[in-house]
Design a protein around this ligand. Structure first.
Ligand SMILES: Cc1ncc(COP(=O)(O)O)c(C=O)c1O
Length: 395
């Protein structure tokens, strides 16, 4: 491989970025010129697209993935005295939204190789809770990095304990595992998506709740807008203008500007995931070479993954720290996903129980640049820079 000149701030390669083209810009301009910039028809069109893309029966677009989590949990009735199980490797929002409902978080461990919490991880935490009389009310499998875990087995375990399942699919729209589509809600009560710019669909900010449950969909839709509904009773008694606030909700609405951008991005989802898969395959081949042996481990191949992140693992925390510095110094914006959430000061307790899978995964994980507009030339630079590190004495 040829050595390229070092990159600077101007041609820095981030670990992720939005891919906006002329059609996206035109879609937003069209919304700006229309009668509605919020509470208009474009939110519904986007929701229809999300239903088609995921296979779920109901989609409720909201202002962020965090809002979607909050509304899904709240809609299912999570509250004070309830416990939800959350994988310790995820973005903090997966757990924070439970705290917003007043519920408790119980952490479950993840597989050290993939960072994903599977059935055995949920079982271990769930069984320990049951043993002390605190049966979990909710399990939140996170389709981390774009990979689906065995949601069918997790939902069977949840059903045994009368617990709900919410798939955190912020990383995984478009992912499949056999016949199962992420966020289809085939094995969950609800799923959530995020439209933050680093995700597959950028809406500026945005999120969605998916579900096959009509009652839950109606409640989430109402909570998204202050808990206000046009009930038949109020319309009958007051007239067509009337609306009734039936419970305490929020303004978590998505604007028509966001929905236009999201809808335009959604049309490119398949081709963009195809490109992410090409990039993953090329990394996989390159990092299989001798130069990388003994330094980094590749992610387990997965044809169904939506490859939100491409996460390699280094053999030690010290090595990961060194490579992070080296890549940044050479213009490659690698990142760490994630530090176990229980390590954050807000969640830290006096007697922390460190989870072995999460700690092992965290100590070596590093996310490399992965986004559809990453060019072959840029990817070559990432691989060559990594090779220089692995051959260097800085290791
Ligand atoms: C796994 C996961 N869940 C939830 C969220 C929250 O999404 P948002 O940033 O749209 O609020 C994120 C965002 O990074 C995420 O990565």
């Amino acid at each position: 491989m040829s050595k390229k000149a070092q990159r600077t701030k101007d041609d820095w390669i981030p670990y992720a970025r939005q891919c906006i083209d002329e059609s996206d810009i035109e879609a937003v301009v069209e919304a700006l010129k229309s009668d509605f910039v919020t509470q208009g028809p474009r939110v519904g069109y986007f929701e229809d697209g999300l239903k088609e893309a995921t296979g779920a029966r109901y989609a409720i677009a909201v202002s962020s993935g965090t809002a979607a989590l909050h509304l899904a949990y709240q809609g299912l009735g999570m509250g004070g005295g309830d416990v939800g199980i959350v994988p310790s490797i995820t973005f903090a929002a997966t757990a924070n939204a439970l705290r917003h409902c007043g519920a408790e978080v119980a952490w479950c461990d993840v597989e050290a190789t993939s960072g994903l919490a599977g059935l055995s991880n949920f079982e271990k935490t769930g069984d320990a809770l049951v043993a002390v009389g605190k049966s979990p009310k909710l399990l939140v499998p996170v389709s981390f990095a774009g990979r689906l875990c065995d949601l069918s087995a997790i939902s069977e375990y949840a059903a045994k304990h009368g617990a709900y399942v919410v798939e955190d699919a912020a990383h995984s729209i478009g992912a499949v595992r056999g016949d199962l589509r992420s966020a289809s809600c085939d094995f969950s009560d609800a799923a959530i998506l995020s439209f933050h710019p680093v995700k597959h669909i950028c809406a500026g900010e945005g999120g969605a709740v998916l579900t096959n449950d009509e009652t839950l969909a109606r409640r989430v839709r109402s909570l998204r807008s202050h808990g206000i509904e046009k009930t038949p009773e109020i319309l009958e008694s007051e007239g067509g203008w009337a609306y009734a606030q039936t419970e305490l909700g929020w303004n978590y609405r998505m604007t028509d500007l966001q929905a236009s951008l999201g809808g335009s991005q959604l049309r490119k989802l398949d081709s963009n995931i195809g490109r992410r898969r090409e990039i993953a395959a090329r990394y996989h081949e390159a990092f299989g070479e001798e130069a990388f042996r003994g330094s980094l481990e590749r992610p387990i191949p997965d044809e169904g993954s939506a490859w939100h992140l491409y996460v390699v693992r280094f053999v030690s925390k010290e090595l990961r720290r060194a490579v992070y510095g080296f890549m940044h110094a050479n213009g490659v914006g690698v990142q760490v996903h994630y530090m176990p959430v229980y390590r954050h000061p807000y969640y830290r307790t006096d007697s922390p129980v460190l989870q072995s899978g999460a700690e092992a995964f965290y100590s070596g994980c590093l996310s490399l640049p992965m986004y559809p507009s990453l060019s072959d030339e840029e990817q070559s630079y990432v691989i060559e820079t990594m090779e220089r590190f692995c051959n260097s004495t800085e290791k």
